[in-house]
Write a new protein. Structure first.
Length: 87
């Protein structure tokens, strides 16, 4: 394995770890918010707003980690650079 491949693998594993930490914090905090909402004001379900808002962020974070350059990612950039350099 080359040094460049090792660096890419290390960067990916770090991004993956950060995503899982983000997901664990999201689940933990939102369980707490749901509990607080249901105990103190169960007639109005306000917990849905942070759940959905932060959920959009989780989805975006997941896409950035798992899409592997499907939509203008680092791989796409490298392919375009190689394509341009061949001209």
């Amino acid at each position: 394995m080359s040094n460049l491949q090792y660096k890419k693998a290390t960067k990916y594993v770090q991004a993956l770890e950060n995503f899982y930490i983000h997901l664990i914090v999201y689940v933990t905090v939102n369980i707490g918010l749901i509990g607080i909402n249901l105990v103190f004001s169960s007639d109005y379900k306000w917990f849905i707003y942070p759940l959905l808002g932060w959920g959009i962020g989780i989805v975006a974070h997941g896409l950035s980690v798992f899409s592997k350059g499907l939509i203008l990612g680092k791989d796409w950039e490298e392919k375009q650079i190689e394509k341009y350099m061949r001209k």
